[in-house]
Design a protein around this ligand. Structure first.
Ligand SMILES: NC(=O)c1ccc[n+]([C@@H]2O[C@H](COP(=O)([O-])OP(=O)(O)OC[C@H]3O[C@@H](n4cnc5c(N)ncnc54)[C@H](OP(=O)(O)O)[C@@H]3O)[C@@H](O)[C@H]2O)c1
Length: 296
C-alpha cells in the first residue's frame, strides 16, 4: 500500500485503491462561501490542518460566493498546499452558484468543462478524485457518470466518486466505471445512510463513505456542545465534536468524516478524533443516548 503524509493520524484506505488517507478530512466549503475568513486566515487554516497530520481535503468548484468566482476554493488550496504533495485533494463538479444560489447542473458537457476548469484552478493533473456533486433530475444519471468515466480515460482524473446518492444509484454507476467513494450527509440529525442501504453497500463493496456535514453544518454545530452527547463527552474528557467524529468512524471502516472549520482550534480538536477508538459497546451506548426518548 502506498502511504502519503504524517503517520500521526489514523489512516484509512481510499476505496479499494491501496492508497491511504487520513481518517478524517478537512472540508474546504466554509473557507469560500458567505461568512468565510479573510484570505490569509484561510491559507493558515489549511496549512494548520496539514501540520496536524490531515492528508485529505474536500472541495468543489461551487465553493465560492457566486459563479463569478467559481473555483475559489480550488485556487485557495493550490496556494496553501504548494509543496504538500502528500495531501489528497478530492473535488466535485455538477453544481453552479448563479447569484449565490445552489443549482445542480450535471449535463455531461458541463461536467467536462467544469473538470477542465478545476484542473486549471487546482494546478494538479490528474485530479486525485472527482466526485459528481449530485444527480441532476433533468439528465439521465448514466450520462453524468459517463462524463466522469470519460475524464478517467483521458487521464485527467484518477478516481471517480459520487455524492448525495442512493444505493441503487451507486450500483448503476459501478456498472459504468469503478466508484471509489460516496459523499453523503451523515451526522446526529441525519443518519439515513444507516437505514437506506448506503452504509452497508459501501462497507460491503469497499467504497469510502465520506460523511459530509458531520456536525450538521456551521449553523447547527454550536448546539453540539449542548446536546445529549456532551455529558458523555465530558466523562471521557473530550469535546462532543471529537466524540461525534469517533462515533462516525466506529460505524464502519468505510467511513471517513469531512468536517468544516474556520478556527484553528476546531481543526486541532477534530483531527484528534482519530485517536479516540470506540468499541462496539461504546457505539451502542451512544446510539442509545441519541434514540428518541419516549414521552409521558
Ligand atoms: N457533498 C455535499 O453536497 C456537501 C454538502 C455540505 C458539506 N459538504 C462537505 O462537508 C464539509 C463539512 O461541512 P460543513 O462545514 O458545512 O459542516 P460541519 O463540518 O458539520 O460543521 C462545521 C462547523 O463545525 C465547527 N467545528 C468543527 N470542528 C469543531 C470542534 N472540534 N470544536 C468546535 N467546533 C467545531 C466549525 O466551527 P468554526 O467555524 O468555528 O471553526 C464549523 O463552523 C464541507 O466543507 C464540505 O466539504 C459536502
Amino acid at each position: 500500500m502506498s502511504s502519503r503524509g504524517s503517520p500521526a493520524l489514523q489512516k484509512r484506505e481510499l476505496g479499494a485503491t491501496g492508497a491511504l488517507i487520513s481518517a478524517v478530512g478537512l472540508g474546504g466549503m466554509l473557507l469560500s462561501i458567505q461568512g468565510r475568513p479573510p484570505h490569509a486566515a484561510a491559507i493558515e487554516l489549511i496549512r494548520h490542518a496539514v501540520s496536524e497530520g490531515i492528508t485529505l481535503v474536500d472541495t468543489a468548484d461551487a465553493y465560492c460566493l457566486d459563479d463569478s468566482e467559481q473555483g475559489h476554493n480550488l485556487r485557495l488550496l493550490r496556494e496553501a498546499l504548494r509543496g504538500s504533495d502528500q495531501v489528497w485533494v478530492i473535488t466535485k463538479v455538477g453544481c453552479t452558484r448563479p447569484g449565490g444560489a445552489w443549482r445542480v447542473d450535471a449535463r455531461p458537457e458541463r461536467l467536462i468543462q467544469a473538470a477542465e476548469q478545476s484542473l486549471t484552478a487546482l494546478g494538479r493533473e490528474p485530479i486525485d478524485l472527482l466526485q459528481l456533486h449530485a444527480p441532476d433530475s433533468r439528465v439521465p444519471f448514466a450520462e453524468s457518470v459517463g462524463a466522469l468515466a470519460e475524464l478517467v480515460r483521458a487521464g485527467k482524473v484518477r478516481h471517480v466518486g459520487l455524492s448525495n446518492v442512493s444505493a441503487n444509484q451507486i450500483a448503476e454507476a459501478r456498472a459504468i466505471t469503478p466508484i471509489v467513494s460516496v459523499q453523503n450527509r451523515f451526522n446526529l440529525h441525519d443518519r439515513s445512510v444507516e437505514t437506506n442501504g448506503v452504509l452497508d453497500y459501501c462497507t460491503k463493496h469497499r467504497i469510502t463513505l465520506f460523511a459530509h456535514s458531520p456536525f450538521g453544518g456551521a449553523q447547527n454545530a454550536p448546539e453540539l456542545g449542548l446536546s445529549r452527547l456532551s455529558q458523555e463527552a465530558k466523562r471521557r474528557k473530550v469535546s462532543a465534536y471529537r466524540l461525534v467524529l469517533a462515533w462516525l468512524l466506529a460505524k464502519s471502516p468505510a467511513v471517513v468524516p469531512l468536517f468544516g472549520a474556520r478556527r484553528l482550534d476546531s481543526v486541532s480538536d477534530s483531527a484528534r478524533a482519530t485517536r479516540l477508538g470506540l468499541s462496539p459497546e461504546d457505539v451502542q451506548a451512544i446510539d442509545q443516548l441519541l434514540a428518541p426518548r419516549a414521552s409521558g
